[in-house]
Design a protein around this ligand. Structure first.
Ligand code: ADP
Ligand code: MG
Length: 279
């Protein structure tokens, strides 16, 4: 297995001084909008002029490529199999990260076998390969698979921050809490943030966030900051159906504006100005 990267100069005209901020998008439960938020944040950061890479970390049920309407020639499954180098699996979207509004994707392959099935050593190597990649970008987003199993945590551990997406369904909330708890034990240096998706109202979204933040405060001794609240919006389904980002089809749709606020909060360091101290 060879995760060797070519020298960064082959891809980047502008040498970077600081590595990218590496942000995982996670949830515990599937179907809460992780992949949609990942692709939307990638397009939003790109629009803000950030050199952005989106990694499809949901190896077994990969669908970043499906949501973006691209058919990558190669993918992370081929990288893990040792057939291609990581660098060769980078797929440009809308001209790629060097083009205005474009970004890069490291696609997964649906049906290639879940991340859960990877030997620990390979999952760790995949996670470690994010570090040199981060030197070429301002932002690296990792769309994590659902669940709290160890390989998901291995990838999460390679990130600086982890945005946990939840909605108001009790199963989503308990799974989000479980994710925060396991992450805290497994990777205490990774900051967990909370994003509430598919909220019916802002007040309801805030209530869901408060319930999760309170449980973390009471049982884990810290309060994850709020990344933001995204309202339920039919335009999300429309974008997914058209296999385009919502930023392309309707940048003024409510969910697109809500995601843009999350991007800004992540760049600022907190919607509430709260930073999470490791304790
Ligand atoms: N803000 C939203 N408003 C309405 N529907 C949404 C919203 N976010 C996500 N969805 C719906 O949820 C579905 C699952 O989203 P997806 O990103 O595939 O979830 P995950 O990656 O967590 O499994 C989407 O197909 C979309 O229909
Ligand atoms: Mg997904």
């Amino acid at each position: 297995m060879n995760f060797a990267l070519r020298k960064p100069e082959t891809r980047t005209a502008r040498p970077r001084i600081e590595p990218a901020s590496v942000i995982a998008i996670a949830s515990g439960k599937g179907g809460v909008g992780k992949t949609w938020l990942s692709t939307t944040l990638a397009a939003t950061f790109a629009k803000m002029g950030k050199r952005t890479l989106l990694v499809d970390g949901d190896l077994g049920l990969a669908n970043v490529d499906v949501q973006l309407g691209v058919a990558p020639e190669t993918d992370l499954a081929a990288v893990i199999a040792g057939w291609v180098e990581l660098e060769d699996a980078v797929t440009p979207i809308m001209g790629g990260s060097a083009a205005p509004g474009g970004f890069d994707v490291l696609p997964g392959r649906s049906g290639s076998g879940a991340l859960a099935g990877l030997p620990a050593e390979e999952a760790s190597r995949l996670a470690a390969s994010l570090t040199p990649l981060a030197l070429q970008y301002d932002i690296v987003l990792v769309d994590l698979g659902a669940g709290i199993e160890e390989n998901v945590m291995r990838l999460a551990r390679a990130c600086d921050r982890c945005v946990i997406v939840a909605n108001d369904e009790p199963t989503s909330m308990t799974d989000a809490y479980a994710f925060i708890k396991v992450l805290r034990g497994y990777a205490p240096s990774v900051q967990p943030w909370i994003a509430i998706n598919i909220a019916d109202t802002r007040v309801a979204g805030r209530r869901t966030y408060e319930a999760l933040a309170r449980a973390s405060q009471t049982f884990l001794g810290f309060r994850p900051p709020l990344a933001g609240i995204i309202l339920r919006d039919l335009k999300v389904r429309e974008a997914i159906r058209q296999q385009k980002t919502i930023v392309q089809i309707d940048p003024n749709a409510q969910a697109a504006l809500d995601a843009a606020q999350i991007a800004e909060a992540l760049l600022r360091g907190g919607a509430e100005g709260v930073s999470v101290a490791a304790n």
